[in-house]
Ligand binder design. Structure first.
Ligand code: HEM
Length: 134
């Protein structure tokens, strides 16, 4: 397996275990996100659960496939919408990704394996590099 395929497999394993043990992660991630970033909470206040669910699912897709991170790929397209049209900021992305990590860490407890933590850190750094280019 290549490094990124391995990373994706680790991320996928962590999400699977989370779902098995704790169910739907999305509401907990949004709760943490809004605690960490009040401006993001205000921006997303009117988004219903369905929209939030779709946004969460699209975000998870980014962590599970490399093709979305290619220049001109899904991530760039979504950033164009978010940063230019919705006034999302780099700091909001930082907070959203931090929320993912916090919820995994908090709820998985001793099951949160060091190699999962590392795979998440690498992946999120890679996504943030592209976010910062906008
Ligand atoms: C990689 C991270 C993200 C992904 C993949 C993503 C994806 C999406 C998608 C797919 C939708 C549309 C949902 C639908 O039409 O059904 C959406 C909507 C939205 N997102 Fe995100 N999002 C991300 C990060 C953020 C961040 C950091 C913010 C900042 C608060 C944000 C704010 C919003 C807002 C305000 C909308 C609603 C726009 C509208 O009024 O139509 N998103 N997002």
């Amino acid at each position: 397996m290549t490094d990124t395929a391995n990373e994706i497999a680790l991320i996928s394993d962590s999400l699977e275990l989370y779902a098995e043990r704790h169910g739907d992660m999305a509401p907990r991630v949004y709760e943490r996100f809004f605690e960490l970033n009040l401006e993001a909470a205000a921006l997303m206040e009117y988004l219903d659960e369905y929209m939030r669910g779709r946004m969460f699912a699209s975000m998870v897709e980014l962590f599970l496939s490399d093709e979305h991170l290619d220049p001109g790929g899904y991530l760039d397209w979504e950033l164009e919408n978010h940063i230019k049209a919705y006034s999302a900021t780099t700091a909001m992305y930082e907070s959203l990704f931090q929320s993912m990590r916090d919820v995994l860490d908090r709820d998985l407890g001793t099951d949160w394996r060091p190699e999962w933590r590392e795979a998440w850190a690498n992946r999120l750094d890679r996504v943030m590099e592209r976010v910062k280019q906008f």
